[in-house]
Design a protein around this ligand. Structure first.
Ligand code: SF4
Length: 622
């Protein structure tokens, strides 16, 4: 890309003059341990990796660290980072007429060839627009051309990106690492091409979705019908990309300048999950399971701790206790690193005795809080959501936790689940009290039980994708049951406002007609939708009212099982028949065993025929 005056790095003195006026200026200066500085002029391709939220969250995003590592390993590519500044720094940049810049070289984001931006979850969508605008880029993709970076989104939100269809040039569906080589090759081959030629090159890449090349069709009653390719070269369906094995662990991980959400090294232990929870989007879209071999984990711990100085390593996974022979791996890790005081954490444990044993072995006397996610309080409702755990086991595990020295137990539940009654919610109250009593018997009066309750939001590609969000009256009534029932000393309750869940559901299920609403809400001041101190429900209310869209038709309606869905052109690899059959099983209250015990033929392996040889995971595949 040609270098103009607006593409030169911002001088340090200019930035320094702003930094003493904002909170946590270390967020905006870069220079982190392990940051990579490359020669701009020597690199043919310049990539800005972006997470459109605060530095602290962006630095904890492991996907961004993987891409930073993979791209900067290349001799033809430079990758730098940018996050969305907090409102005070945002205002300071705007007042000084300075654009958003990358942390490595202070070069404007607009100078890069490619802006790869995370669309991990719905609450980032207005931030994405703010990010583009602060970078001096037109927010609508049709208003940008080859003088601007290509904007490519990715992450879990990309599995229904229609509410962002007007703003993002292309989305990678699935694992970006699997597309990276082809994407870089394609972009290097068209350095000076016009935007339409660039988009042609992206359309030709498997797993890349270019929204502008599709036309939405709606029925006379307003319902979504289909997305039609605009030309013969554009595929009707995009199948997600996956890697046969996990990518190499980024060794020289960035060490943040300020305290972040997770301040430790990370090794991805496995991708995918075999539990089959019917509400869980990650469990479907990250299939199949792929584990990092134990010898590689052991070697990675050495390399990562040497390169970062971290003394804690998180072993990342959707369900760590399911990793094959996790106990042996932990023992080997603890034996190997005992003398160096390196500790290990497993972020997502199951609700069983085995997981308590694992946490006990890892905690080395630190007993801050033990987290469980029963999700529902009755056996029948847990069977509907395919959470295969009985109440008596929950109580036994709680007793084990308190007996082993923990004083605080954190419980995660959902309300508004399909088939739920007020009585099911009352059972959450009873269960929390029972656990508190067990804790007091074991540890005395100082124990605490924290109950965190989310409202169920139906997500695309899940078994519950056809289900509605519960209506406001029902959710408020059930929240009131919890508020009244969980008032005792030693109990704490946290919940979400209904408006937050409704917005999440609207954006998760939305079609392309939501894009102007996202833009209008942003124009009216909506951003940081996940932040209590900054979110702006009034802006959303006004934007929705002006649009005339019927929110209830999007979020409050049970979709027919045969109905066209706005995300069905994006293929998670799990076939529709499997989702439909499991939906029926849910309505009959039937559990589906973990697919490490028995394969249910979800379709993922038929889709990726080559993986049947290469991928030794999916342990029970036929
Ligand atoms: S193919 Fe079988 S084992 Fe693999 S994810 Fe699907 S159901 Fe599970």
């Amino acid at each position: 890309m040609a270098e103009g005056p607006t593409h030169s790095p911002i001088p340090w003195e200019t930035l320094e003059a702003l930094l003493h006026r904002v909170q946590k200026p270390a967020r905006y200066v870069g220079g982190e341990f392990n940051a990579v500085i490359k020669d701009w002029d020597a690199m043919p391709l310049h990539v800005c990796l972006a997470f459109p939220d605060l530095y602290e969250l962006g630095m904890s995003n492991f996907a961004l660290q993987i891409f930073y590592d993979l791209l900067n390993r290349r001799s033809d590519t430079l990758a730098e980072r940018a996050y969305l500044p907090a409102p005070d720094m945002n205002a300071a940049l705007r007042a000084a007429h300075l654009p958003l810049y990358t942390l490595e070289s202070y070069r404007p984001v607009a100078a890069f060839d490619l802006l790869a931006i995370s669309t991990a979850y719905e609450q980032l969508y207005t931030n994405l627009l703010e990010f583009l605008d602060l970078a001096g880029l037109p927010v609508e993709s049709t208003a940008r051309d080859e003088r601007h970076p290509l904007v490519i989104g990715g992450g879990h939100g990309a599995f229904n990106p229609e509410p962002l269809a007007d703003f993002v040039d292309a989305f990678v569906i699935g694992e970006g690492e699997a597309v990276l080589e082809e994407l870089v090759t394609a972009l290097l081959a068209i350095p000076a091409a016009d935007r339409e030629t660039q988009l042609d090159a992206l359309v030709a890449l498997p797993g890349v979705y270019v929204p502008r090349r599709y036309r939405p069709i709606y029925a006379a009653d307003g319902r979504f019908q289909a997305l039609e390719p605009r030309d013969a070269h554009t595929p009707a369906r995009i199948t997600k990309r996956i890697l046969p094995q996990l990518p190499p662990t980024p060794v020289r991980q960035l060490v943040p300048n300020v305290d972040t959400v997770h301040n430790r090294a990370v090794i991805e232990l496995q991708r995918g999950c075999s539990n089959g929870c019917r509400f869980c989007q990650a469990g479907i879209i990250t299939r199949p399971i792929r584990e990092r071999p134990p010898a590689e984990v052991l070697a990675d711990v050495r390399a990562v701790t040497d390169a970062t100085g971290y003394e804690e390593v998180a072993l990342l996974s959707l369900s760590s206790a399911d990793y094959t022979d996790i106990a042996a791996l932990l023992e080997a890790l603890q034996t190997a690193y005992a003398s160096e005081h390196i500790s290990f954490s497993l972020p997502s444990l199951r609700l069983d005795a085995f997981s308590v044993e694992l946490a006990d072995a890892l905690s080395q006397g630190r007993r801050s809080g033990f987290t469980f996610a029963p999700e529902a309080a009755t056996d029948a409702l847990r069977a509907r959501i395919n959470k295969n755990i009985r109440t008596e086991t929950v109580l036994e595990v709680a007793e084990m936790v308190f007996t082993r020295g923990w004083r605080t137990v954190k419980l995660y539940f959902m309300i508004g689940l399909p088939g739920e009654s007020d009585e099911d919610v009352q059972e959450i109250v009873e269960l929390a009290h029972q656990i508190l009593r067990i804790g007091r018997q074991a540890r005395g009066r100082k124990v605490e039980v924290h109950v965190s309750v989310n409202t169920f939001v139906p997500k695309p590609h899940t078994v519950f994708q056809w289900e509605p969000l519960a209506d406001e009256e029902t959710v408020l009534r059930r929240q009131a049951i919890l508020q009244q029932g969980l008032r005792a000393r030693g109990l704490r309750l946290a919940w979400h406002d209904y408006a937050e869940s409704q917005l999440e559901a609207l954006l998760a299920r939305g079609d392309r007609r939501l894009a102007p609403v996202v833009k209008r809400a942003w124009e009216l001041g909506a951003r940081f939708d996940a932040w209590d101190e900054w979110r702006n429900p009034a802006a959303w209310e006004q934007a929705i009212a002006e649009s005339g869209l019927d929110v209830a038709a999007y979020v409050g309606r049970r979709y027919a099982i045969s109905e066209p869905l706005p995300w069905e052109h994006l293929d998670s690899g799990v076939n529709l028949r499997y989702l439909q059959e499991d939906y029926m099983r849910s309505q009959r209250g039937e559990l589906l065993p973990d697919c490490r015990v028995q394969c249910h033929g979800c379709g993922i392996l038929q889709h990726y025929a080559s993986l049947q040889e290469e991928c030794w995971q999916c342990p029970t595949r036929p």
